[in-house]
Design a protein around this ligand. Structure first.
Ligand SMILES: [Zn+2]
Length: 200
């Protein structure tokens, strides 16, 4: 990837990060978005302690997919949740972009429901199955293992919930990962409303 293509990829990570924040799929300094750098063993990932809404091409970090650690010349400190991003890139070579977000309905459903109920036909056809990774502290190796195991257990999975935390969507492109995150939140909202109506 030449420098101009890398700059374009950084611009796309920044654009999608700001879009996710403005859409209300994440709050405060939570969430992180990454993209594999084609032809390398590296990925771009948003920085720790910086709101996704403030992402720029200058404050992205670069991590080694083998270790999850930043490269020596990484321009910013990467998200502490980088370990599960790296793990998913290792086990899913077809995936080039990940969105980890904390949208309200998907996060609420992650607390008690386990696998997400797919109540709309769109969710059933497009998401197929949205399993839930067990709860662990952000940035921990336990969380990395739970996310990795949950993704590995469902071949081709496009999105997972993370218990008491949020969601992770997997795309071949940043746009696809973003749209899957948005669809997962929309589907979680529909599931929540159906549950409310059934309780009447
Ligand atoms: Zn998180």
């Amino acid at each position: 990837m030449n420098p101009e293509e890398l700059l374009d990829l950084k611009r796309e990570v920044s654009r999608i990060s700001i879009k996710a924040y403005e859409r209300g799929l994440v709050f405060g300094t939570g969430g992180n978005i990454s993209a594999r750098i084609p032809g390398t063993g590296l990925a771009l990932i948003t920085a720790t302690g910086v709101s996704l809404g403030d992402t720029t091409v200058e404050n992205l970090s670069v991590i080694d997919i083998e270790t999850g650690e930043p490269t020596p010349d990484s321009p910013a400190k990467p998200s502490k949740e980088r370990y599960f991003h790296a793990a998913v890139y290792r086990i899913r070579p077809d995936i080039n972009a990940l969105c980890h977000l904390h949208p309200p309905y998907a996060t609420a459903l992650s607390v008690d429901y386990g696998e997400m109920p797919l109540v709309t036909i769109t969710a059933e056809v497009n998401l197929v199955k949205v399993p839930c990774a067990p709860c662990a502290v952000s940035g921990s190796q336990d969380l990395r293992k739970y996310v990795e195991d949950t993704v590995a257990a469902t071949p081709g999975v496009k999105a997972i919930l993370m218990c008491r935390h949020g969601l992770l969507s997997l795309g071949q492109t940043l746009v696809q990962a973003y749209n899957l995150a948005d669809l997962t939140e929309d589907s979680a909202r529909a599931a929540f409303l159906v549950e409310m109506l059934r309780k009447k």
